[in-house]
Design a protein around this ligand. Structure first.
Ligand code: FAD
Length: 584
């Protein structure tokens, strides 16, 4: 081992603290100093919304590690309330400001790690800096918000990403009326709209007033200290407080000042070892851009898991780079967008790409399936549906992404699919995945297997699928016709109409059909389908629908083997309703 080296780390929370501890585990002899401009290191920012909601009651629980622990256990010096204000790459030094004494000093480094995180996007709206408008990033922020909540009856949350929704939920749990404003036409933009509309309904049922396409143009303070919010349609609303949660941006000022290479999204560019274009400086966490494993595009992915992994990888490389000898055989594989959120007993999770991203990238070689299996076998008490959308490459079956939501077992399924994506797996691999089973945990065909089986059957061409958007665009618009149970007349109408691509055959029971059905769908229950084949036209495709897609799959097989051109409307009426909710 060469002479003792000095490694300085800027930012002492997820990426920085992890990196520091890992460096120590790899190198007992180097000097490690963390500079953190806040008063806490290694705190649980992910727990802050639950501290607001009183789910986490004691503030101490948010402190994962303290400066004392770093000193005693890891021999790492932590300088809190110390802001790094500049980097001089030529002299390999930084200037730090001790905020308590307001004294500046210069610190030399052999290796420098930046993990300065992200800051809340603070939109340029008139009145945005008024009292009563908050963003949640730190423990002091959460204290301020908690104390304000004592006098608050209603809150407007601006932004319906994960954090905005977690905040909304926690405020509702404290008995506060919440209005959620989202500028786009859907909540949770990481999901496709037909999936997010499910959550939108769910949170509305829990009392959140969810307003889409709502852009704030100004805030004004009233005499009674409350705030008047004006929207772009000139509508106004009065509220006690506002939470801004419209996204984050890399806190990259230091990197820019140091002249490090930056990416197109405002994050620092790093290589697979998290090393910047300066060989003595590494950067990790929310401030860096990362490659998406599927699209291979640069991307900002400000979540805690990547920050931690990147911190470890930077540590391994620094130790190898500086001291030679330790293995540096670690590199960052990129992100695949895996994330999860719990909302009022519902879990929503996603991994890989969504359909919007594929469309934006003009990638057309994909297919998708919807399914709604139970989290575990139906005969064991308490089975709950999981709503899943799986997206895969239609040429080679490679799994591209999945979204799921439900009350139980959601995160496990997305984690499994995420692991398969990381291993470049296909739907044929999902089909064969050996997953644990006992009645209370799953099924012999786990939802992950089922997703793989449906997709693999589609690729083998023994289970063709129709896309719901095609139905929405054509068939459903033709509604002026005879009574829907007059099958003969209805079929004639469908066949006459050039806009109808197919005859829709609903294979549920008569009772289910009568309860609700797709306009112009013909009802031929599955159990009588074989006897009633002559009632269907062979001139047009048959699109089969049932409750969730399973009976329609059996019907598809019957019809296919009887010479019909047939497709299954994947996910059945469950998915139909989700799509209906996406219609303007
Ligand atoms: P941070 O952990 O933010 O640490 C950066 C630190 O750098 C800060 O403490 C800052 O004070 C310090 N710093 C910045 N500039 C300087 C400077 N010039 N000098 C000294 N110090 C400086 N992620 C999830 O995966 N799941 C979740 O459920 C989740 N929930 C979240 C909830 C909230 C309220 C917040 C705020 C974040 C949440 N995140 C969640 C995101 C996650 O916390 C971040 O992705 C992660 O902390 C990023 O790690 P980081 O090291 O890049 O930045």
């Amino acid at each position: 081992m060469s002479a003792k080296k000095r490694i300085l780390i800027i930012g002492g929370v997820a990426g920085g603290a992890t990196c520091a501890a890992r460096i120590r585990r790899l190198c007992e002899h180097c000097e490690i100093v963390i500079f953190e401009m806040g008063s806490y290191v290694s705190f649980a920012n992910c727990g802050l919304p639950y501290f607001i909601g009183d789910v986490i009651v004691e503030e101490d629980k948010l402190l994962v590690a303290t400066p004392e622990l770093f000193k005693n256990r890891f021999k790492i010096q932590v300088c809190t309330d110390t802001e790094v204000i500049s980097i001089d790459r030529d002299t390999k030094s930084i200037v730090v400001n001790d905020k308590k004494s307001d004294q500046n000093r210069v610190e030399q480094y052999d290796a420098l790690v930046l993990s300065t995180g992200a800051s809340a996007v603070w939109p340029e709206i008139s009145g945005i800096d008024l009292p009563g408008i908050y963003a949640l990033r730190t423990i002091p922020d959460s204290r301020k918000i908690r104390s304000a909540l004592n006098n608050i009856k209603n809150v407007v949350v601006m932004g319906a990403g994960y954090l905005g929704l977690e905040l909304a939920e926690n405020l509702v749990k404290r008995g506060i009326d919440v209005t959620l404003l989202q500028s786009s036409n859907q909540i949770l933009p990481m999901l496709d709209k037909e999936m997010s509309s499910f959550i939108e309904k769910h949170i509305t049922k829990q009392g959140i007033n969810c307003r889409l396409n709502s852009q704030v143009t100004s805030f004004k303070q009233n005499q009674d200290q409350r705030l008047t919010i004006t929207l772009s349609n000139d509508e106004t609303m009065i509220t006690d407080a506002v939470m801004i949660s419209v996204g984050v941006k890399p806190r990259a000022e230091l990197a820019i000042q140091a002249g490090l290479e930056m990416g197109e999204h405002g994050g620092v560019r790093v290589n697979e070892h998290m090393q910047t274009n300066d060989p003595n400086i590494w950067a990790v966490g929310d401030m860096v851009e990362v490659r998406h494993v599927i699209t291979e595009k640069w991307y900002l992915f400000p979540l805690a898991g990547p920050a931690n992994k990147q911190g470890r990888i930077a540590a391994a490389h620094i130790v190898g780079h500086e001291f030679a000898g330790e293995s540096t055989n670690m590199s960052y594989r990129g992100v695949q967008g895996t994330s999860v959120c719990g909302l009022f007993d519902l879990t929503v999770a996603t991994t890989g790409v969504n359909e919007k991203q594929l469309k934006a990238a003009h990638f057309t070689d994909y297919e998708k399936v919807y399914l709604h299996p139970s989290n575990h076998v139906g005969y064991y008490p308490g089975a709950k549906p999981i709503h899943i959308k799986l997206i895969y490459n239609s040429q080679n079956g490679k799994v591209l992404g999945a979204q799921a939501l439900g009350e139980s077992g959601v995160a496990r399924r997305i984690d499994v699919i995420s692991s398969f994506i990381q291993m470049n797996a296909t739907v044929y691999d999902l089909e064969e995945a050996e997953l644990c089973y006992a009645p209370q945990f799953g099924a012999t065909k786990d939802p992950v297997n089922l997703a793989g089986m449906i997709a693999a059957n589609q690729l083998r061409d023994n289970h063709p699928l129709a896309r719901w958007e095609e139905l929405m665009e054509s068939h459903v618009q033709v509604v002026d016709g005879p009574e829907q149970d007059d099958a003969e007349q209805l079929l004639a109408l469908i066949l006459d109409d050039p806009y109808n691509q197919a005859q829709i055959v609903d294979v549920r029971t008569v009772a289910e059909y009568q309860n609700k059905h797709i306009p112009n769908a013909i009802n031929v229950p599955l159990d009588s389908l074989r006897e009633r084949l002559d009632e269907l036209s062979r001139e047009r495709e048959v699109w089969v629908v049932c409750g969730v897609g399973q009976r329609a799959y059996n019907a598809t097989r019957i019809l296919q083997q009887n010479g019909f051109k047939v497709k299954n409307l994947s996910g059945g009426m469950q998915t139909y309703h989700s799509y209906l909710d996406t219609q303007p």
